[in-house]
Design a protein around this ligand. Structure first.
Ligand code: ADP
Length: 560
């Protein structure tokens, strides 16, 4: 009997213990669940906070950078100009740091998305080269950029992020190089029918990186020289972000470097090919089969030009100095195999380019060869002087492939009647752009008074006509009254925001329905940009809006 009682007590006790344990476990699970919820909402809050911060900081930065750009265009004393330029450079540097920190925290949180949009790799590279060229020429460095001929152009991927990596690498290359050259080269690693693995490399002739430090530089916040007395600024985040971005694009990143000699940073990206591959619209009938002589002392420059010319079906020969060039021209003419065009770099040894030009134009056996001058040190009035010698075109480096193409086709095209009263018939980048630029009507929707002022002033400076309105409702009204080529739309506006306005436009029954709408947004997060596209906008540009970026996007959506 006692035994049964004791067993019952024991069972009771065990039951209670089990119940206690169950209660404890349930409690723990609940607590874990609550903790998980908290963590998730904290992470959401963090992401939201970053989005808001980025918005809040970018909006006033738009005013600061925009106004300084405009101020620089006004009459200023040398001292004032220097002050304003410093404000601009500091503003841009601040913005870069904000962007880096934003990216870094997003990558850390696994929230970074790579876009998949159709883009033209050669156009992306051209606009990037413009930017890098200015910085490297300021330091007296030669800048060369080339996309090898077999790399496909029409791809699907994230051109913005490719650009970000390349800007970062070439920014470093310029920072750590005192003399010599910066070369960006794009080549094809491999391809199949659906995708291409493209290799990008940025090489410099700068200080290089000691072997022992090569692995460390890809780690966050790490720099070769991290002493407090270090010579070069920076956050040490650029390469970390770049490496992770290239990995997100299915590629890799690495470096080959020799201390004191220079570095080559490279990365690869897997890019899909566009499905309906338009045949490249190169109307190269005019220049196909033409004979070109490339005269440049720099071998890399010659090879880049050869590559471009090859794509257009031209034949070419090369010379590294003025004397050699003259010999080749004379020989070709004697063999009845005259060169149609000579591309002459401004700085060639042996015979200077002016003398060479005069000799060619005075010799009746040679004078039919058209002369194109390419220079990285343009001075005012130069174009006119070279025109007098008989040059047909004067191009400032870096010359984009599309500009060179336009230039070559127009000088080899129909023979122009000599126009005696025409002030300047020499072809320059400016005349090529002007020729292609139409007068456009732009509708701008922006409620913030300062930002409106900035945008209107920039658009006017760029030569566009612009009508400003202050909210979505006014956009719809204006579109009913006038004909516009493009709408630049702020997203957050009173009465009717940019998203609703765009949806309304897309519902209209007339042709206006298809007008290109480009968002101007201070929100830099992908979700915000996705929303723009979801409601039917064609593109977006983030604030602070810079003149060059605005020009590019207008040109993109108005087919100039
Ligand atoms: P930051 O340049 O902002 O410090 P990065 O991550 O871009 O950060 O670069 C990290 C470090 O790698 C630099 O501080 C520098 O020491 C080294 N480095 C990067 N690029 C080069 C280069 N082209 N030549 C020499 N050193 C370089």
């Amino acid at each position: 009997m006692d035994e049964i009682k004791a067993l019952k007590i024991k069972l009771d006790r065990e039951k209670k213990a089990r119940q206690k344990l169950e209660l404890f476990l349930e409690n723990q699970t609940r607590q874990l669940y609550v903790a998980k919820q908290k963590a998730e909402s904290a992470s959401k809050a963090k992401s939201q906070f970053l989005a808001n911060m980025s918005h809040e900081i970018r909006t006033p930065m738009n005013g600061v950078i925009g106004m300084t750009c405009l101020l620089l265009e006004t009459q200023l004393s040398a001292e004032q100009k220097e002050f304003v330029e410093t404000v601009k450079i500091s503003g841009e540097a601040l913005l870069e740091i904000i962007n880096d920190i934003l990216d870094y925290s997003k990558i850390e949180a696994g929230k970074f998305d790579i876009e998949n949009i159709n883009f033209d790799l050669r156009l992306t590279m051209e606009s990037l080269s413009d930017l890098v060229a200015v910085k490297s020429h300021e330091k007296g460095l030669e800048f060369i950029s080339s996309v090898e001929y077999d790399v496909p152009s029409l791809l699907v991927g994230d051109p913005g992020r490719l650009r970000q990596i390349l800007i970062n690498l070439s920014g470093n290359a310029t920072k750590f190089t005192q003399e010599g050259e910066i070369v960006i080269r794009v080549s094809l690693d491999s391809e199949d029918s659906t995708q291409a693995i493209v290799r990008f490399s940025v090489s410099d002739t700068g200080i290089g990186i000691p072997k022992s430090r090569v692995n460390a530089i890809f780690k966050s916040f790490s720099q070769v020289d991290s002493s407090t007395t270090r010579k070069y600024g920076g956050t040490g985040l650029g390469l970390t972000i770049s490496k992770q971005l290239s990995e997100l694009m299915g590629g890799q990143m690495g470096v080959n470097s020799e201390e004191g000699k220079g570095s080559e940073f490279w990365f690869t990206a897997v890019l899909k090919k566009q499905s309906q591959r338009k045949r490249e619209e190169v109307k190269n009938e005019n220049i196909k089969g033409k004979r070109l002589l490339i005269v440049d002392e720099n071998a890399t420059n010659r090879s880049v030009l050869k590559d471009q010319i090859n794509r257009w079906g031209c034949r070419y020969n090369e010379a590294s100095n003025g004397y050699q060039a003259l010999q080749k021209l004379i020989k070709a003419s004697a063999e009845q195999n005259r060169f149609d065009i000579a591309l002459l770099d401004m700085q060639i040894p042996e015979i200077d380019v002016k003398t060479l030009g005069q000799k060619i134009k005075k010799d009746h056996n040679l004078q039919n060869t058209k002369l194109v001058l390419m220079t990285s040190i343009g001075n005012r009035g130069d174009a006119k002087r070279y025109e007098e010698i008989g040059f047909s075109a004067y191009l400032t480096k870096p010359v984009k492939a599309s500009q060179l193409f336009n230039c070559l086709t127009s000088i080899t095209g129909e023979q122009k009647e000599p126009e005696a009263d025409f002030d300047s018939s020499i072809i320059t980048q400016h005349s090529i752009a002007e020729h292609q630029k139409k007068k456009l009507n732009i509708l701008l929707a922006e409620d913030n008074a300062i930002n409106k002022k900035v945008a209107v002033a920039i658009l006017n400076k760029l030569g566009y006509k612009v009508d400003p309105v202050e909210n979505g409702k006014e956009v719809i009204q204006a579109l009913g009254k006038n004909i516009y080529d493009l709408v630049l739309m702020d997203c957050q506006m009173p009465e009717m925001d940019g998203f609703t306005a765009t949806q309304e436009i897309r519902k209209l029954k007339s042709k206006i329905q298809t007008i290109p709408v480009v968002a101007m947004t201070a929100r830099a997060m992908k979700e915000d940009r996705d929303r723009c596209l979801e409601v039917g906008m064609n593109d977006y540009i983030s604030k602070p809006v810079k003149p060059e970026a605005l020009l590019k996007i207008i040109e993109k959506w108005t087919n100039i």
